[in-house]
Write a protein that binds this ligand. Structure first.
Ligand SMILES: Nc1ncnc2c1ncn2[C@@H]1O[C@H](COP(=O)(O)OP(=O)(O)O)[C@@H](O)[C@H]1O
Ligand SMILES: Cc1ncsc1CCOP(=O)(O)O
Ligand SMILES: [Mg+2]
Length: 262
């Protein structure tokens, strides 16, 4: 695990172009900014080519799109492939809404992501595995999560992150489980969206998407865990504030001291 990619990220301060959703856009921007990357957002297809050109990685969040935005997302995804920018997709609620699954499947036929990051309900849906997703949340299912993540990686031909109490990162062959984290991530809407853009930030500075993805998962989960260790009384409101502080201040050594993965 290359935890010191975090120092490289802070040194390079890569620009990450995000198509976010209106719910969590500010968390995403401040999250990657605090960590050490440089966010930029856009909703206008007319500037897509320039946006992709100036960015070192692109994150497409499918959390709340209109038909117009789907066409912007399609254009940006194709441009990211053409301009060889690392591309991360977050398929929010694709397991809970048939319309989203249909649109997302169409988008994934038009461009190729380097990493897909979702919870169990979302990754199961993209692997065509039976699962009861619950809105934006993972929901319930009985399948083995490592098997589901690997099936999704093989089907989609990219690195897959199945996040949750344990994050599973796989390219279909290599697989890592990150055991760090805190249940408080679940009481803040936007935790997953922040992680997806942080994955894009690491992809901007590390060519191997699997390495980038596993480091991003460890860094984010460990920093959340450290927040709770340092402030045991933290609740849903103060968690995000303290998380932003910790994204800015936590060192590679702090993370290495509690890193738990296999
Ligand atoms: N119960 C939990 N314990 C520890 N970490 C968690 C838990 N649930 C989620 N996380 C962490 O929260 C972040 C967001 O993951 P997740 O909740 O799966 O995404 P989403 O918000 O898209 O459903 C990840 O870093 C994950 O490791
Ligand atoms: C509530 C909500 N509705 C549409 S997108 C969104 C945010 C999802 O954020 P996350 O997947 O990070 O919890
Ligand atoms: Mg999500």
């Amino acid at each position: 695990m290359k935890v010191d990619l975090l120092n490289e990220l802070r040194k390079q301060n890569p620009i990450v172009f995000n198509i976010s959703n209106f719910v969590t856009v500010q968390d995403v921007a401040n999250g990657i900014n605090a960590l050490g990357a440089s966010p930029i957002m856009s909703e206008e297809v007319g500037e897509a080519e320039e946006m992709v050109g100036l960015a070192s990685a692109v994150c497409l969040n499918l959390g709340a799109f209109t038909q117009t935005q789907v066409e912007q997302i399609r254009t940006v995804g194709r441009l990211a492939n053409q301009q060889k920018r690392p591309l991360v997709v977050d398929p929010v609620a694709v397991g809970a809404v048939h319309y989203r699954k249909r649109v997302t499947t169409g988008l994934l036929a038009d461009f190729h992501p380097d990493v897909i990051r979702g919870n169990a309900g979302e990754i199961a849906a993209l692997a065509d595995v039976d699962w009861q997703a619950k809105g934006i949340d993972a929901g319930e299912g009985s399948g083995d999560l490592v098997t589901i993540a690997q099936a999704c990686a093989k089907k989609q031909g990219c690195v897959v992150i199945l996040s949750g109490p344990t994050d599973i990162i796989t390219d279909g062959t290599r697989t890592t489980k990150v055991l760090n984290g805190t249940p408080l991530f679940q009481v803040h809407v936007g935790s997953g969206d922040m992680l997806s853009s942080i994955v894009a930030a690491f992809c901007a500075i590390e060519e191997d998407s699997f390495e980038a993805a596993q480091t991003a998962c460890l860094v984010f989960a460990a920093i959340g865990q450290l927040v709770v260790k340092q402030s045991p009384d933290v609740g849903a409101g103060s968690f995000i504030v303290k998380l932003l502080d910790a994204l800015q201040r936590t060192t590679v050594a702090d993370i290495e001291a509690i890193a738990t993965y296999e």
